[in-house]
Design a protein around this ligand. Structure first.
Ligand SMILES: C[S@@+](CC[C@H](N)C(=O)[O-])C[C@H]1O[C@@H](n2cnc3c(N)ncnc32)[C@H](O)[C@@H]1O
Length: 196
């Protein structure tokens, strides 16, 4: 797991965060409630947006990211507990969370199918599952370009897959997709789901 990636991540994301991303994150996080699990919290970029929740458990496997997110958690207005672990093997009991949220993380998780199984397990029946992800685009030329760039991209961006079909994986997992919003011509999606 890259050490340099956590060092440059916030800096590299800054132009996007100052633009539309902050608004997208804020709108999505506005929908969380109760006991919340955040998957792959990275440097804790979402932490300032949480309001009126019971608490947030955030998991993140990269120790350098955990160190950064620990600093950000001190600025949050809700209790945040950070756990160094992977989405494919969560340490929580079945039916623990009211909401599970993942932002820009399913591109990087090595086994997304197993991670979705774990999310289904730890989220309460009827609980919310929310995603903000970049995905393989529908436009064939752009999708082809994503396929072509992917091997280089993965190496530079700490295992991030540029062409992952996360929405299809979510649908196949049995988590019910309630609504999908598309940004930047379908490169980014927010997906609101219910766990059944
Ligand atoms: C592109 S960053 C996104 C960080 C943050 N969620 C955001 O919205 O900016 C992807 C994150 O996924 C984490 N990650 C990688 N493999 C993971 C796994 N198996 N389970 C959970 N998180 C993982 C990485 O360490 C990294 O912090």
């Amino acid at each position: 797991m890259g050490k340099w990636f956590p060092t440059v991540y916030d800096w590299a994301m800054n132009p996007f965060e100052k633009g539309r991303f902050e608004e997208i994150r804020r709108e999505l996080i506005h929908k969380v409630y109760g006991k919340v699990l955040e998957i792959g919290a990275g440097s804790g970029i979402n932490f300032p947006f949480y309001r009126d929740v019971e608490g947030v458990d955030a998991i993140e496997p990269n120790p350098a990211m955990v160190a950064k997110s620990n600093r950000r958690s001190e600025l949050a207005v809700v209790p945040i507990h950070i756990h160094e672990q992977k989405a494919e093997n969560l340490s929580f009991d079945d039916d623990t969370f009211d909401t599970v949220i993942a932002t820009l993380v399913f591109c990087t998780i090595p086994n997304p199918v197993q991670a979705l199984e774990e999310i289904k397990r730890v989220c309460k029946p009827g609980g919310k599952v929310l995603f903000f992800e970049h995905v393989k685009m529908e436009q064939p030329n752009l999708a082809h370009l994503q396929d072509w760039l992917n091997p280089f991209w993965k190496r530079i961006c700490d295992g991030c897959h540029l062409n992952r079909e996360t929405l299809e994986l979510v649908k196949e997992s049995g988590i019910e997709v309630v609504s999908v919003s598309s940004y930047y011509k379908g490169l980014f999606l927010t997906v609101e789901c219910v766990n059944h």
